[in-house]
Design a protein around this ligand. Structure first.
Ligand SMILES: Nc1nc2c(c(=O)[nH]1)N[C@H]1C(S)=C(S)[C@@H](COP(=O)(O)O)O[C@H]1N2
Ligand SMILES: [Mo]
Length: 206
C-alpha cells in the first residue's frame, strides 16, 4: 500500500469521514506555507487599507481599525492545497464576503471577484458559488483564535475553502467586483480558472 492509500485509510480510524478527502490528496496536521515572492513586513498597520471597487454602487476604503469593526464570523473548515495536502477542521475568524457585498451595494452585473494582494498577487473566484449556502468566503484575520502568522497572510487573507487554497489570497488589500471572469496570478500560470478540489481541477484542461 502506498503513502496516499495508507493516509486515506488512516482517516476512518481518526473518526474522519474519508469522503472529506478529495481525490489525489493526503491529509496533514501540519500547516505548510506556500506562496510566490516575499512575506510583507507590516509596521503598525497605520497605512494599511482595504479597498472595494468595480461593479459596485458604493465603493469604499477602510482602515485596519474600521475593518475590525465589521461584524465577524467564525468558520470550521477543511482546506485543500493543489500541491496535494489537505487539512481538516481549520478554524478562521473574519468578515463574511456577504457583508462586503451588502455594504458596497454590488451591482447585479457583477459575476466574479478578483482579490488583489500585496506585490500584485491576484486570484479570481465566481460569486455564483455563494448562492449555495454550503459555500462561504471570508476575509480572515484570525486562525485558531490568534492573529494570522505573517507567512499565512497577516493581517488579512481571503479564505474560500471549497476551492483549492491558491484562491485564498494572503495579504489581501483590495477586492474588485467584475463583470465576467479574468485569470489571476496562478491562473495565468496554467492553474484552473475555477479549481474544484473534488473534480481535481488543478490545471487548464482538467
Ligand atoms: N498573496 C498571495 N497569496 C497566496 C499565494 C501567493 O503566492 N501570494 N499563494 C496561494 C497558494 S498557491 C496557496 S496553496 C496558499 C497557501 O496558504 P498557506 O501558506 O497559508 O498554507 O496561499 C495562496 N495565497
Ligand atoms: Mo498552492
Amino acid at each position: 500500500m502506498g503513502f496516499f492509500e495508507r493516509n486515506r485509510n488512516d482517516l476512518a480510524g481518526k473518526g474522519i469521514d474519508p469522503s472529506r478527502l478529495p481525490p489525489g490528496q493526503y491529509s496533514t496536521d501540519r500547516f505548510p506555507v506556500l506562496h510566490a515572492g516575499n512575506v510583507p513586513n507590516y509596521g503598525d498597520l497605520s497605512n494599511w487599507t482595504f479597498e472595494v471597487f468595480g461593479e459596485v454602487d458604493h465603493g469604499f476604503k477602510l482602515t485596519w481599525s474600521e475593518f475590525c469593526e465589521l461584524p465577524s464570523v467564525e468558520i470550521l473548515t477543511d482546506i485543500h492545497c493543489v500541491t496535494k495536502w489537505s487539512k481538516f477542521d481549520t478554524n478562521w475568524k473574519g468578515v463574511d464576503l456577504a457583508i462586503i457585498i451588502e455594504r458596497a451595494q454590488v451591482r447585479s452585473s457583477a459575476t466574479h471577484i478578483m482579490l488583489h494582494s500585496e506585490y500584485g498577487f491576484t486570484a479570481n473566484v465566481p460569486l455564483k458559488d455563494l448562492e449555495d449556502h454550503q459555500n462561504i468566503a471570508i476575509f480572515a484575520y484570525e486562525y485558531e483564535g490568534k492573529p494570522l502568522d505573517p507567512e499565512h497572510g497577516f493581517p488579512l487573507r481571503f479564505v474560500m475553502p471549497h476551492l483549492y487554497f491558491w484562491k485564498s489570497a494572503k495579504w489581501v488589500r483590495k477586492v474588485e467586483f467584475m463583470n465576467g471572469d479574468r485569470p489571476g496570478f496562478w491562473e495565468q500560470n496554467g492553474y484552473h480558472m475555477y479549481g474544484d478540489p473534488f473534480q481535481e481541477q488543478r490545471f487548464w484542461g482538467d
